[in-house]
Design a protein around this ligand. Structure first.
Ligand SMILES: Cc1cc2nc3c(=O)[nH]c(=O)nc-3n(C[C@H](O)[C@H](O)[C@H](O)COP(=O)(O)O)c2cc1C
Length: 367
């Protein structure tokens, strides 16, 4: 079974986008955008927006970031109470402002004992939650996972595998490997061979998920060819550009005898779009096909920001989404720069609608 997972993206992996993924049929796990443990514990006015879970709450993985073990363990314990699949620790973020504070990939670079202490403390917090559940006769145990890169520029294979062994020995139950070093840009090809080697190293003891540069069926199949032992694929940027990507991949692979794909198989897809973003059409070969209304998808995202995000976040979250989403269109640069100049959601809505008055042929596609 190959899992399909929506990757964590700051400003994008929130309930509004998750609602759109779900309308198209969804995927197996939804990582949230990174939640800063210390800020979360302050219970400030915006923190609750990071943890909305009315939609697909049982498939959420809460991703934590932080520079110190204790607040991360405390926040992990609190997030467990919300349900979902479990807690992920961000050890992959290489944004200088995050690394500088000792968070993200800094956990792969500091002395291993320090990172081991973090894992143990978070593991204990999750275990305490899980044992309370057992005492109450409930069974939805929370999982501990880590999303990581290869390490700093001078990483060695030996050091990398030793680090992953340490994670496993201290109770990490799933690894997502984005196989680039700290400084390697997203434009550089990821080194899938490390995903394969790591998955083989653990011999199915824990799932190892591949992440990086998967953006269509072709790159998906190539990634799986390069890392056939991986337990799944995480998609990040492309899921903002094409929130229907999980359906597209599941559908194609469902009919292929070679791959058993995802619990969200085509046969379980919703029969109709709740929001009117897509409708079923008959494909030439008799297989299921859907027609997607790309105007409605954009409007739905804007509406979901109104519903699920505080006003203070509207502008940045609208702009980040459309920076990816506009790449779908014939005059992508033109509409992108207009959307990035919009200051309010009403403005964004009108601007986006007017693009389709000019370019009606861009509105519908079939998959
Ligand atoms: C806008 C943006 C925000 C991101 N935020 C996070 C984050 O909060 N946590 C994290 O672990 N990775 C984050 N990432 C990295 C992605 O999860 C992923 O590892 C990376 O984009 C490569 O996957 P892709 O080629 O499928 O996009 C972010 C990436 C982007 C583009």
């Amino acid at each position: 079974m190959t899992k399909l997972i929506a990757g964590p993206m700051a400003t994008l992996s929130h309930q509004g986008l998750r609602k759109i993924y779900e309308d198209f049929g969804g995927c197996d796990e939804y990582y949230t955008e990174m939640i800063n443990a210390s800020s979360y514990l302050t219970h400030g006015q915006f923190e609750g927006f990071y943890t909305l879970n009315e939609i697909a709450g049982d498939k959420i993985v809460w991703q934590l970031t932080g520079k110190e073990a204790s607040p991360m363990a405390k926040a992990a314990r609190e997030l467990c109470e919300l349900g979902g699949i479990g807690i992920d620790l961000n050890m992959g973020c290489s944004a200088p402002e995050i690394v500088k504070t000792g968070a993200g990939i800094a956990w792969m670079i500091k002395p291993m004992e320090e990172t081991k202490a973090l894992i143990s403390e978070v593991r204990n917090a999750i275990d305490s939650f899980n044992s309370d559940l057992t005492a109450e006769g409930k069974h939805k145990k929370q999982r501990l996972s880590v999303k990581l890169r290869l390490g700093d520029e001078d990483f060695t294979d030996e050091g990398f595998f030793k680090f992953c062994d340490m994670l496993y020995e201290n109770g990490v139950e799933q690894l997502v490997l984005h196989p680039r070093t700290r400084k390697e840009k997203l434009s550089r090809p990821p080194r899938y061979q490390y995903v394969e080697d790591l998955a083989k190293h653990f011999e199915n003891k824990i799932p190892v998920i591949l992440n990086g540069n998967v953006k269509d069926l072709y790159t998906f199949e190539n990634a799986l060819k390069a890392a056939p032992s991986s337990a799944g694929v995480m998609l990040a940027r492309i899921s903002a550009q094409k929130p229907w990507i999980f359906r597209e991949l599941s559908k194609s692979l469902d009919s292929s005898s070679a791959s058993q794909i995802s619990q969200t198989s085509a046969s379980q897809f919703p029969k109709a779009s709740v929001s009117g973003m897509w409708k079923k059409t008959a494909a030439d070969d008799g297989k299921e096909s859907i027609q997607i209304d790309r105007l409605k998808v954009g409007l739905e995202y804007i509406e979901n920001l109104r519903l699920y995000q505080p006003k203070e976040f509207h502008e940045t979250r609208m702009q980040r989404f459309f920076a990816y989403y506009c790449d779908n269109f014939s005059f992508g640069h033109y509409i992108k720069s207009k959307m990035l100049n919009c200051k309010t959601l009403d403005d964004a809505e009108n601007t986006f609608k007017s693009y389709f008055d000019e370019m009606p042929g861009d509105r519908f596609i079939s998959i």
